[in-house]
Design a protein around this ligand. Sequence first.
Ligand SMILES: Nc1nc2c(ncn2[C@@H]2O[C@H](COP(=O)(O)O)[C@@H](O)[C@H]2O)c(=O)[nH]1
Ligand SMILES: [Zn+2]
Ligand SMILES: [Zn+2]
Length: 596
Amino acid sequence: IQPQAKNPVDGQEFRDLEWGQLNFLHTTDNHGWHGGHLQEPQYSADLGDYISFVSHMRRRAHEKDVDFLVVDTGDRSEGNGLWDASDPKGMYTRRILQQLDVDILTTGNHELYNGTTALNEHLEMVPFFGDRYLSSNIDINWRGEWEPFANRSLKFVTPKMGFNVTAFGFLFNFTGNHPITRVKPVATVLEEQWFKDAIADKEVDLFLVAAHIDVHTLELQQIHDAIRAANPETPIQIFGGHSHIRDFKVFDEKSTALESGRYCETVGFLSLDGLAPEHGPKPKDGGAITTFRRYIDFNRPGFQHHSGTGGANFDTPEGLSMSKEITSYRQLLDLNRLIGCAPQDFSLMKDPFPGPHNWYSYLAETILPEMVRNPMRDSHPRMIFINGGSQRFDVFKGPFTYDTSFLVSPFTSRFMYAKDVEWNVATQLLDYFNNDASPYSASARAKGDLPPLDKHADYDDAKQPRNVMPGAQIPLGRRKKQKQKKRTLVKGYTTNDDFGHDGDDTVHEYFEKYPTPKVLQSNASFPADYATNPPPVVDVVFFDFIAENVADGLNAIVSRPDAWSRDMFEMYMGREDTLTKLILEFAAKEWGRDCV
Ligand SMILES: Nc1nc2c(ncn2[C@@H]2O[C@H](COP(=O)(O)O)[C@@H](O)[C@H]2O)c(=O)[nH]1
Ligand SMILES: [Zn+2]
Ligand SMILES: [Zn+2]
């Protein structure tokens, strides 16, 4: 099933990009979506189109005699059939990404959850990209000793303007990584001699930080502050990620951070002016940096417009062959195989939870009770817990394909259980998980286990841009503002960041975003009168991914630190019974195949 993408932006007049001395394209958290969005025209470009776009933007930079860098900040894996359906996972994605002309890339937490994935990233991607692949705080031990996962930092001179740039690559203080890897806390690395030497180097015109870190976090503040303390005047440009949102933070007059969404929905564009090369002429206005940022929807019309090629001359031979290669891999993996017809749209956060249009509610009320079963325990009442962040994308009414199961619920978590837990203990577990004050929240963030924030700020003209530094009436650093023209709006990202709300290239119609559960509970085989006559005990069933958190929660509830531990839990279903598989089986059984 290949729904054809109509022109995603009829009536859209694009505002041109403001180029500077140094210009960037940024992607992050693409999570395997390199084949594009087949059911969303406005994000329908694929990696082939992006390769063509990058090629044209490099050409334009050359014509303008300015510098241009392409950056990716990780989570390239997990969350699309193109990645998850191959064996080993990511086999085709790593092959296609090696054809992307990227200048600086770093590692996300999703490259590190699974040992095979981490090792393949280290053995295939790191050597291929060489010193451009930066991991300043990750090590790997696959051959008996700890060694850097990739290059720690890179100093280079930009070809046109002769800027001396020192680049780093950081991951947030992630603790959910596979044991063959280790992630050193950012604060620890900032004290290491190699880092101190790198930021002590006075022959640097710009520090570049590629970070798989949300732009509003302690770790990123620590990195900025360490570099700034050693370099009061040197510009610091940060590219963030991980929280899957479009965002932009002003740290100070010479430092900002751009975050560019997720899932091949966004390409971030950023330009800098006013940089003073070490040996070049000093800028006339005392070194003020002018910054411009724009979030470009990942579609061909936008790429064609900004590459200055229009329709006819956009596709490069490399881009065309990449698109063909992706199509062939998708066919090889049989990703378009129709499984069933989803009876309606179900969203993760575009509709209230709980509610009739919310995917979490449909899972809790319909899919999990029917599909998460153990024949030996079927008559036993059970509570089923899954982490909210395990669900990754909306379900659209109509064709639900083999690929869709990976878009929605890609992970290989299995179901474990604690047998016969007292009712009045088990009933307190959900609050332990979802109460922000509980210890779970802190450990979940460190594990990367909070549902990706997907904050779409509202389009409130009166609303001041967030985080404007106190006393600074205009965003720090000078920026190039552009007039907004009236447009026909389609639903999409509406972003309000430290530079205001003119960042989205395609002006979208705003829509409400609703909170999602940190952890979802589903009940099954409860007696009809459970509300007035609750069963004495229930089976507590859960994803192995949160097994330690379940033990911690139960122990906290009974106030005994060692009442439960992971090794006391048993498998509830088989190793092959992932939720991906269970959803496929449900869709095949319940949803019919005549998609009207
Ligand atoms: N149930 C599982 N959830 C997982 C697994 N690996 C990751 N996750 C969830 O992903 C997000 C983090 O994603 P990010 O793109 O924001 O970095 C987080 O909510 C995790 O819970 C897994 O194997 N099983
Ligand atoms: Zn991500
Ligand atoms: Zn991440």
